[in-house]
Design a binder for this molecule. Structure first.
Ligand SMILES: C=CC1=C(C)c2cc3[nH]c(cc4nc(cc5[nH]c(cc1n2)c(C)c5CCC(=O)O)C(CCC(=O)O)=C4C)c(C)c3C=C
Ligand SMILES: [Fe+2]
Ligand SMILES: [Fe+2]
Length: 347
């Protein structure tokens, strides 16, 4: 509700409820289209690809490309890909369904004194909606937890930007703590190792290689200072150590390249097809940069990459699911939240 000519949201005067306020947690994820049709995907991609943290190219060069080419064609292709992974029970993208389950699991774990909500950087429910829901529940202190284990300005920073953009409109602001990425946090690495072991124990083969695939990033962003590949390397090193796997059996790769520029290398797809051509028959693939299974994992890895590997001569391909809403993931999110909440406690 806006207050006349004031740029700030109008709050009727009220006493905080409960009287000394409370701490809430906002889980933040990337976001996803609300449907697989052209217009839903276009709306999502339009918001995503208009973010200057994501596309740094000067707007007067990028806008004509985005509106003239990308948004005219890509929604058809992406929409068809989303249709392959769509959760028809909930009529929603897996990213939405699983993020909601993560928030519900965290709420249960933290108990009724700590409201939990969730918001997407692009699409709905938005970060603003998530924050408003916590404010309406009397939260005067909020932990914002972007669910990106490895820092990148294109993900972590833009999630935090959006939180503070919402705060800019508030007359009564809550205190905020943003949770740092957790690339080599022992609880995160332990959860990943457990999911690898659980997956492998169900296989009828022993993978000769573990391919650890992360979402890519334009190389120029890294040259300009984005620490993302360093953080990915930390995760791989810690995971190999806990799994007690020799480094040569664990390969760090980058997927999901977008546009013609050079992205971080080695790329996942050519690496995996080369493995098959070199006679490596059995592999497993994990994507620890994603806390939640989504189009990039379910379609690009478990579907497209699997087919490419088998077509190139591979025999067995195992995809290790993301941590999703497993008890290990909820324990990790609860641990990160509690640690941040300590910094917000009143004396
Ligand atoms: C320049 C473009 C992009 C950058 C930079 C980028 C970084 C980045 N993204 C993720 C996580 C996710 N990305 C997802 C989808 C997705 N990403 C891009 C482009 C860039 N990402 C596009 C165009 C899309 C949409 C899908 C498509 O059209 O092919 C998703 C999945 C969302 C879903 O709906 O399931 C995630 C998650 C990270 C972690 C990252 C940088 C490190
Ligand atoms: Fe992406
Ligand atoms: Fe992709």
């Amino acid at each position: 509700m806006s207050g006349g000519l004031s740029p700030f949201i109008h709050h009727p005067p009220h006493e905080p409820v409960p009287p000394n306020g409370r701490i809430g947690v906002l889980l933040i994820n990337l976001g996803t289209p609300s449907g697989t049709d052209y217009f839903s995907v276009r709306r999502y991609l339009g918001e995503f690809l208009s973010d200057r943290r994501v596309i740094e190219m000067t707007p007067w060069l990028w806008k004509p490309i985005l509106h003239g080419m990308v948004l005219a064609t890509r929604p058809f292709r992406s929409g068809a890909n989303y249709a392959r992974i769509w959760d028809r029970t909930h009529n929603a993208s897996p990213l939405t369904v699983i993020t909601r389950a993560q928030a519900e699991g965290l709420a249960k774990e933290l108990g009724p004194q700590t409201p939990v909500s969730w918001g997407m950087r692009y699409g709905t429910p938005s970060i603003s909606q998530g924050l408003d829901s916590l404010l309406a529940q009397g939260c005067d202190r909020i932990v914002c937890l972007p669910m990106y284990p490895q820092y990148s300005a294109t993900t972590t920073a833009t999630a935090n930007d959006q939180v503070f953009r919402h705060l800019m409109r508030l007359r009564c602001q809550p205190a905020i703590v943003t949770v740092l990425p957790f690339a080599d946090d022992p609880a995160y690495i332990g959860a990943l190792a457990q999911s690898v072991r659980a997956c492998w124990s169900r296989l009828s083969f022993t993978p000769q290689r573990l391919v650890v695939s992360f979402h890519g990033l334009p190389k120029s962003y890294v040259t300009a200072g984005d620490p993302y590949p360093r953080e990915c390397a930390l995760t791989v090193k810690a995971l190999s150590a806990v799994l007690d796997m020799p480094p040569q059996q664990v390969l760090l790769t980058y997927q999901s390249r977008f546009g013609p520029a050079e992205w971080l290398q080695p790329y996942t797809l050519p690496t995996v097809t080369a493995l098959a051509q070199q006679g490596i028959k059995d592999i497993a693939v994990i994507a620890p940069g994603f806390m939640t299974d989504c189009i990039e994992t379910l379609d690009e890895l478990d579907h497209e990459l699997r087919e490419a590997f088998l077509q190139a001569g591979g025999k067995n391909f195992a995809y290790v699911p993301c941590l999703n809403a497993t008890p290990q993931a909820i324990g990790l999110l609860a641990g990160l939240s509690r640690q941040a909440m300590r910094g917000l406690e009143r004396p």
